[in-house]
Ligand binder design. Structure first.
Ligand code: NAP
Length: 549
């Protein structure tokens, strides 16, 4: 039965990110340059801000929730304590309501008021997810204009830190981040069409955007309510209808035909193959609209735990089955949120999606593509969420969100050498990268080097599979395991990441004929250090992708 305007059980309030107990959030204050802290007045803690956001919602943007494009001139006008806007990565936020909640105080905030605050923000808070923190203050996209570059230059001058407070990683920015300050994405256009042929309905979404792939399409269906989302650039196109008649839970022929107008095609199967549909159905909320990713509440689906297998003494591989009627293939290095309810408290945390194995998958595994997701989860003794997850068993249900992420797969095509720098479960985004390499690098023309930091040998996940993989790609694949707490039998490299390790084991980037892509993931401070040391060794921003979900 249709729920009227919203798909029942799918729409939920957006979780906080980084989740309140996540290492990312913890590191926002201790992993990077310390901001000058001021005493916050009572009622202005982080939790108070989260609560206010829940209460006031989008109204916090001072425009009654309306979104508008903002010119540089308009941004500059909002430069007062009681009327302050700031642009971060091309998005403009009304930071006025946040002033009193800012641990660095009003003065710090005012340094970026009326201007582009990206560099300031990155200097102090690069690990904070600004979109989550300030999403309710979002005013709109900063409109590209010739003056932006000049303003950025000016801002850089203004924000030079005194030498004694120079941030450890002031230059830490992923390539995608560093470019986005001036890169304004035009809102792409999209629409859909359908036709029927006997028992099948073929739906085509036409879109004019920069780039679209089949795994940008997510389908959810409950009875006759069909919600299809297509990720197009920074936006999401939604098709949301109450179907004319029943369809089965399987979709075929999902494909993309690229051209000046991209066509994303999928086929629905009628339950009553003889029934001629008079219409496709009736439009539901948000149908045929394109909205910015940040303006969309995440959709959660209740997924069934298929298995929960130990990978190491404290890491488990969780297989989750999407509900009937849902189809979602997770792009490389993207994460989903798991959400559980524990004693009335909602716990939510992002996890990067992995594959079922590092080795070639069998036919059956291909069959279930888009229906099962695999997560590699470390069970921390004090982890609020993992303590709950540790008890999960086959048949239990858990909420899984849409995916998020920023890795662009085409970067892999452009690289000759992939350097994967992982620590602990920071290995998770590397899993699909290795899978991609196995499938697309059969001729072994690309070189791939995994530099894997763990505490002990028993902490290395999928160690045997990695050895097997090595045998299949002896010429092109290399693994360096580095242990910080090895036992006396270990003869390999030891210790934490440091200059000597980088210089000994990281490929030297000073090889003009080679195109490098380095991917880094691990505990926040590890990632920062790996980034900094790699830059010092000669890797450029453009060569590095940091997974920092
Ligand atoms: P871990 O076992 O605690 O550490 C793995 C290795 O990293 C150890 O050798 C450890 O050395 C080293 N290390 C830890 N902190 C370091 C630091 N500050 N400087 C240098 N080396 C350091 O790791 P884990 O418990 O699996 O944690 C993995 C982390 O990756 C989590 O924080 C998780 O949130 C993050 N992660 C992020 C993503 C993503 O953003 N997409 C995905 C997956 C995981 P010691 O033994 O000396 O500590």
């Amino acid at each position: 039965m249709l729920s009227g305007t919203k798909m029942q059980g799918l729409q939920v309030p957006k979780p906080q990110f980084p989740s309140l107990n996540s290492p990312q959030r913890a590191s926002a204050t201790n992993g990077t340059k310390q901001s000058r802290k001021v005493a916050l007045t009572p009622g202005h803690s982080l939790m108070d801000w989260v609560r206010l956001g829940k209460k006031e919602g989008r109204n916090l943007n001072g425009k009654g929730g309306q979104i508008q494009n903002v010119s540089v001139e308009e941004l500059a006008r909002h430069n007062k304590v009681d009327d302050a806007w700031m642009s971060i990565r091309g998005k403009v936020y009304n930071v006025t309501p946040y002033m009193k909640f800012h641990p660095g105080g009003e003065d710090e905030m005012m340094r970026g008021a009326g201007a582009d605050g990206t560099s300031l923000f990155d200097d102090v808070h690069q690990w904070v997810n600004v979109e989550s923190m300030l999403e309710k203050c979002y005013v709109g996209q900063l409109r590209k204009s010739i003056e932006i570059k000049d303003r950025l230059k000016d801002n850089k001058k203004e924000i030079n830190h005194p030498k004694d407070t120079a941030p450890v990683n002031s230059d830490f920015k992923t390539p995608s981040n560093s470019k986005s300050e001036a890169a304004i994405v035009e809102k792409p256009k999209a629409r859909y069409d359908w036709y029927q042929n006997g028992g099948q309905i073929t739906v085509t979404i036409y879109t004019k955007c920069n780039f679209v792939k089949a795994d940008h399409l997510v389908i959810d269906k409950k009875q006759r309510e069909l919600q299809v989302t297509l990720n197009i650039d920074e936006y999401v196109y939604t098709l949301h209808v109450g179907l004319f008649a029943d369809i089965t839970d399987t979709y075929n022929g999902i494909r993309v035909l690229n051209g000046p107008v991209h066509r994303v095609i999928f086929i629905l199967n009628k339950k009553d193959v003889d029934l001629k549909w008079v219409t496709f159905g009736s439009p539901l909320e948000g149908n045929n609209t394109v909205v910015h990713k940040t303006d969309r509440d995440p959709v959660f689906r209740s997924c069934e735990v298929l298995s929960c297998q130990p990978l190491t003494h404290d890491i488990k591989l969780l297989a989750l089955q999407l509900p009937q009627g849902s189809h979602m293939i997770i792009p490389i290095g993207y994460h989903v949120y798991l959400r559980v309810n524990h004693n009335g408290e909602e716990l939510s945390r992002p996890y990067t999606v992995v594959s079922s194995t590092l080795l070639p998958q069998d036919y059956k595994a291909k069959e279930i593509c888009g229906r099962i997701i695999y997560l590699m989860i470390k069970m921390y003794p004090n982890g609020h969420l993992t303590q709950q997850l540790a008890g999960y068993k086959e048949g239990d249900m858990i909420d899984v969100s849409d995916y998020e992420g920023s890795f662009v797969e085409s970067r892999l095509d452009q690289a000759d050498t992939l350097v994967l720098v992982a620590a602990g479960t920071g290995f998770t985004p590397m899993v699909k990268l290795l899978q991609w390499n196995r499938i697309h690098n059969k001729q072994q023309t690309k070189h791939i080097k995994l530099i894997f930091f763990n505490k002990t040998e028993r902490d290395i996940p999928w160690r045997e599979d990695l050895s097997e993989l090595l045998k299949t790609q002896p010429k092109s694949f290399e693994i360096i395991n580095i242990l910080s707490e090895p036992d006396e039998r270990w003869s390999g490299p030891k210790g934490r990441i440091r200059k000597e390790i980088v210089e000994e084991y990281f490929p030297c980037p000073d090889q003009p004929q080679q195109r490098f892509l380095m991917c880094i993931c691990g505990p926040t401070q590890f990632t920062q250090l790996a980034f900094k040391l790699s830059k010092a060794y000669g890797y450029t921003d453009e060569m590095i992708h940091v997974f920092a979900a």
